[in-house]
Design a protein around this ligand. Structure first.
Ligand SMILES: NC(=O)c1ccc[n+]([C@@H]2O[C@H](COP(=O)([O-])OP(=O)(O)OC[C@H]3O[C@@H](n4cnc5c(N)ncnc54)[C@H](OP(=O)(O)O)[C@@H]3O)[C@@H](O)[C@H]2O)c1
Length: 281
């Protein structure tokens, strides 16, 4: 049995579907009855409802699982302590393989949500558990999930330079790679960068959306202050981390090689145009 945490979220549901597709039984750790229903619908065979910050909930969730896939909540200030608690629970339950969903370039200290993942990676090494660490680039689905609003507006907006390049990756490919890493012993004790096949700027992304939607879509740059004013309710850590991420993206983008993902999948990873056509073509 594979315990998947954060299983009610975007990444978790994609992984549950990929595991179900391969006949690998998964127990979803979620934090509400609503998320339990969506985890079941995605393919979980069991669900456990609880809080990742609660050691008793974690012990209950881990019992009887031989593998654990740690997906931490997005932009969470306590990622390091959540990682420590989940590792302890996995050790106590005798989990045989610990897989951590990290991020591409966790070494970037200027982005707090990347840096905290580097700290969790170190805790994974220090746990002495057999492990695998996945380091995905930003998902294509972050943009594709907005496509109806983009189509209605005729433009997409980002709060950083339109020219910098990002190796966006298809979440379905990330989930397929994660399922392969859980299914096979070949990946134990390794770190895997998961990047898409093209380093795209925002004009490239807009062009791919234009082709998929059959109507012109422009890319526009939004001042970070305007973005912040439009998102007043964000928790402080998430707001500060996102602004730090936009500063990094503005200067450097986020680029990675698709070679590792292609090797795990045994095929080229999907392009943005292919993912867009699949969802909205
Ligand atoms: N999105 C990307 O492009 C990307 C790329 C690379 C890596 N990642 C990483 O992937 C991870 C998951 O991202 P995501 O986009 O899938 O996030 P998500 O959709 O927000 O999913 C996270 C899930 O964790 C749950 N959660 C939050 N706090 C919890 C707690 N205390 N106890 C139990 N569950 C809790 C959330 O529930 P609620 O909805 O109730 O809060 C949600 O269901 C993050 O660590 C992120 O950094 C994301």
């Amino acid at each position: 049995m594979i315990l998947v945490t954060g299983a009610g979220g975007k990444t978790g549901r994609a992984l549950l579907a990929a595991l179900a597709g391969r006949g690998l039984p998964a127990r979803a750790f979620v934090r509400s009855a609503e998320q339990a229903a969506s985890a079941h619908a995605a393919g979980a065979v069991e669900t456990v409802t609880g809080d990742l910050m609660n050691p008793g909930n974690l012990a209950r969730a881990c019992a009887g699982c031989n593998q654990l896939y740690l997906i931490c909540p997005n932009m969470h200030p306590a990622e390091e302590s959540i990682g420590r608690a989940v590792i302890r629970a996995a050790q106590a339950a005798g989990v045989q393989k610990f897989v951590y969903h990290s991020v591409l370039h966790p070494q970037l200290e200027a982005m707090p949500h990347h840096w905290s993942k580097l700290r969790v990676e170190a805790l994974v090494f220090e746990s002495s558990l057999p492990f695998a660490i996945l380091q995905p680039c930003a998902y294509m689905q972050n943009t594709l999930s907005q496509v109806e609003a983009i189509a209605a507006a005729g433009f997409m907006e980002v709060p950083y330079n339109l020219e910098t390049r990002h190796s966006l990756v298809d979440l379905a490919d990330v989930a397929a790679a994660a399922a392969e890493i859980l299914a096979s012993g070949a990946y134990t004790d390794g770190i895997y960068e998961l990047a898409g096949p093209q380093a795209l700027n925002q004009h490239d992304i807009a062009a791919a959306l234009s082709a998929a939607l059959g109507r012109p879509i422009a890319a526009r740059q939004l001042p970070p202050k305007t973005w912040a004013a439009r998102n007043p309710g964000l928790p402080e850590y998430a707001r500060a981390s996102l602004l730090a991420m936009f500063r990094h993206y503005d200067r450097h983008g986020l680029r990675g090689s698709p070679a590792v993902l292609a090797a795990i999948l045994g095929r080229p990873p999907a392009t943005f145009a292919q993912a867009a056509a699949r969802l909205y073509g």
